[in-house]
Write a protein that binds this ligand. Structure first.
Ligand code: FBP
Length: 239
């Protein structure tokens, strides 16, 4: 099944530097998502889920880290539980594994326990599989490393992996193949020219991906609802 997710955990990962006077307000992003009517889910952390309500299916992010201490090998600790996600009405849970970090084992263990419990409760499990750390420096979007990260997601039991785009159809097709029956979602990344984003979205879907999870490129756009509709057309009409 195709997926188009609206990501809004950047306030945690990057801080409010990603925001302006409008999109700093979580309600604005929820409104964009509800007005666009094209998203299969919205992603944020526990605190936002407790204070803001949405009619969109919620994917609750269970771990996070800040960029305030520039660790070469980052660790993103688990901060919320599957039980709490159920209480908050989440349809699924998300967890980041920094593949290649020296703390990768700890994140794989935490993810694995989350995956077991979430699946017992019929929840969708999405793994953010991001190559990061000294051993994969400058290889964060390289074909073989991203394919390895996606494959790890399959082996660990993720329903979907969210990975960076590798930049061309051939390499991303290999990433999708490597993930087997685990669906692959491409990350939006930092804000880029709209036409470049739309071209990338077409390539990503051509490569056989299950969809995209996009944040900054949507809510930093001057017409977020319009752009969401354009992206959804590409995602949901691809073969
Ligand atoms: P974007 O579309 O804004 O890139 O959001 C996708 C996402 O995975 C977010 O869920 C997360 O907060 C962020 O990217 C992580 O960004 P970084 O690559 O800087 O760690």
């Amino acid at each position: 099944m195709k997926q188009f997710l609206l990501a809004y955990d950047q306030g945690f990962e990057h801080g409010p530097t990603d925001f302006d006077d409008t999109n700093v307000d979580p309600q604005q992003i929820i409104d964009i998502g509800e007005q666009a009517g094209v998203f299969t889910g919205i992603i944020y952390q526990e605190g936002i889920a407790e204070k803001y309500k949405t009619t969109l299916p919620l994917i609750l992010k269970l771990n996070g880290h800040t960029r305030l201490h520039p660790d070469e090998d980052p660790y993103s600790p688990q901060l919320c539980t599957v039980q709490k996600a159920i209480e908050l009405g989440a349809r699924g849970v998300g967890y980041t594994i920094f593949v290649g970090s020296e703390h990768e084992a700890k994140m794989m263990q935490e993810f694995s326990a989350i995956e077991d419990e979430a699946h017992k409760n019929n929840m969708q499990v999405i793994a953010w599989m991001y190559p990061r750390g000294k051993s994969v420096k400058n290889l964060e979007t390289s074909r073989d490393i991203v394919a390895y990260a996606a494959r790890l997601g399959l082996e660990l039991g993720a329903d979907l992996v969210k990975v960076p785009y590798t930049g061309d159809v051939a390499s991303f097709s290999w990433v999708v193949k490597s993930a087997g029956k685990t669906g692959v979602l491409a990350q939006g990344g930092f804000k880029k020219d709209e036409n470049i984003l739309l071209k990338e979205a077409s390539e990503i879907m051509q490569a056989g991906a299950s969809g995209m999870a996009v944040g900054r490129n949507i809510w930093q756009n001057s017409d977020p609802v319009g752009l969401s509709k354009k992206l959804s057309k590409i995602i949901f009409t691809s073969p």
